[in-house]
Design a protein around this ligand. Structure first.
Ligand SMILES: *[C@@H]1O[C@H](CO)[C@@H](O)[C@H](O)[C@H]1NC(C)=O
Ligand SMILES: *[C@@H]1O[C@H](CO)[C@@H](O)[C@H](O)[C@H]1NC(C)=O
Length: 480
């Protein structure tokens, strides 16, 4: 039996390796030999365990590929797994928008030619894409909280506009929605067939890419996408902090964190040299090139298999890309170590976590409103939440990343509720700081809701190392 399991495991390993190596070579940007190097025996071992909780491997190309999140079949997912006597009560989903066009152009170069019109038969394809396009184009009666009403409901430009969601981005979220539908609706019957508007809570920032990502996810998720039942609220802050955004100490942490970033960059002479070379190619001062944040645009070239831009002075190339990406990995490593970002995150994520436990507690009391919450957000939303929860090993949120909080009730002890936390389909509950030791100390297979509540109401501030015991105090007490 043991032998057979091992054999199956080996088989799965081999399949995954073959897939990874294929997808690396998929890109003409990566010579076959580089792809082989990327999968040297050293990184091979580390690729296996857990892409969501394992620290990044140092291979920048592999990291970038994960970041692109190219839709594929057979996505892993541990959502909805619980002992059979547990009943699913509510689900809270945080997403990053899907694949988008860059926010910045590299000065004096041609923008990558990416088509942002939706066509059902273009790759990547999703069975629901055609119906989605037709449904969205009839959505002129949709009404959302202002100013969301003025946003287009789906991407539609022959050359993508800056920051626009791409067809890939739409497919990523249709896929997320369908995956969640199979688990939460078909298997666990979270919503009844006559579900009503007030069972959903939908919130998005005011960018078209977040609204459109939310719509794509819901289109994949809901059995009947009725415009009258869909109401998105507008969230002006990327931290989703609503009425509690004023927090001077959080800003102090952020300034210190930015200073740390700056100093680390100065120390990296290879990075400075690379920026210098690239600046020469596009013929602008190095400072101006750096300010234009070229990695954002280079990632778009990389993810869409479009070669990096050239000028008559030469081409930006894979070596430049690798140096900048490697520096990003190094920056994230130091960020974890120095903990300034943790301080920022604990304060930055408190309001939205507080709101979420409020919603969970009401659902635990048996209220039927807002049992499915969707927050359509950004990397700068998910990243502080992950950090605040103590998920230090979690990767930077890729396109269409999803972070999910599930609330479960024990049918055998109906007053007891438990939470599960999932990041990109991986169960990270027992990696969080509020449930890390739970399995060692308790026989219960699930993490109690009280742990999360205690963490948000009190222990978050203890983790800050201040003597404050509440948000207002922690935000205003002198720190530095
Ligand atoms: C990437 O582009 C190259 C050349 O333009 C092409 O041969 C290759 O098939 C493309 N790969 C994918 C996955 O589209
Ligand atoms: C936390 O949530 C409660 C209601 O659940 C609310 O009264 C309180 O103002 C919130 N605090 C913060 C700092 O968000």
């Amino acid at each position: 039996m043991l032998f057979r399991n091992r054999f199956l495991l080996l088989l799965a390993l081999a399949a995954l390796l073959a897939f990874l190596s294929l997808s690396l070579q998929f890109f003409h940007l990566i010579p076959v030999s580089a792809a082989k190097n990327g999968l040297s025996s050293k990184s091979r071992k580390r690729i296996m365990p857990d892409p969501a909780t394992d620290p990044p491997v140092t291979d920048p190309v592999y990291e970038a590929l994960l970041y692109c999140n190219i839709p594929s079949v057979g996505e892993r997912s541990m959502e909805g797994h619980a002992p059979h006597h547990f009943k699913l009560v509510s689900v809270h989903v945080f997403i990053r928008h899907g694949d988008r066009y860059p926010l910045y152009a590299i000065p004096k170069t041609k923008r990558p030619e990416i088509d942002c019109t939706l066509v059902a038969n273009r790759k990547p394809y999703h069975p629901k894409l055609e119906a989605f396009i037709s449904h969205m184009s009839k959505g002129s009666g949709a009404s959302f909280e202002s100013p969301l009403n003025s946003l287009p409901l789906y991407p539609n430009h022959q050359l993508c506009e800056m920051g626009e969601l791409t067809q890939t981005g739409v497919v990523q979220h249709l896929q997320n929605g369908q995956l969640l539908r199979d688990i939460y609706l078909k298997k666990h019957k979270l919503l009844s067939s006559d579900w009503s508007t007030d069972q959903l809570y939908l919130e998005t920032t005011g960018k078209s890419r977040t609204l459109q990502s939310g719509l794509a996810l819901l289109y994949g998720f809901l059995p009947d996408f009725d415009w009258k039942k869909i109401y998105f609220r507008h969230q002006p802050s990327a931290l989703f902090c609503s009425g509690n955004c004023y927090c001077p100490v959080r800003n102090q942490y952020l300034e210190k964190e930015q200073r740390r970033q700056y100093l680390l960059r100065l120390k990296n002479s290879q990075l400075e040299r690379t920026y210098g070379e690239m600046a020469k190619i596009v013929d602008i001062p190095t400072k101006q090139l750096r300010a234009a944040n070229p990695i954002d645009s280079m990632l778009c070239h990389f993810c869409h298999n479009v070669s990096f831009p050239c000028t008559r002075n030469g081409c930006i190339d894979m070596e430049h890309f690798k140096v900048i990406k490697t520096h990003q990995i190094e920056d994230e490593r130091e960020r974890r170590e120095k903990k300034l970002y943790l301080g920022y995150s604990l304060l930055g994520a408190h309001p939205i976590l507080n709101q979420t436990i409020g919603r969970m507690q009401r659902a635990a009391e048996g209220r039927k409103e807002e049992i499915f919450a969707l927050y359509s957000a950004h990397d700068v939303t998910l990243s502080p939440v992950l950090s605040a929860l103590g998920l230090t090993e979690a990767r930077f949120p890729r396109f269409a990343a999803r972070l999910i909080f599930e609330l479960w009730q024990d049918r055998e002890k109906p007053s007891e509720h438990s939470v599960r936390i999932l990041y990109n389909g991986v169960d990270v509950t027992f990696h969080t700081s509020f449930c890390q030791d739970h399995q060692k100390r308790s026989l219960k297979p699930m993490c109690p809701l009280e742990n999360l509540v205690r963490f948000v109401k009190r222990d978050m501030f203890v983790a800050l190392g201040s003597s404050s015991t509440n948000y207002y105090d922690a935000c205003h007490r002198e720190r530095f």
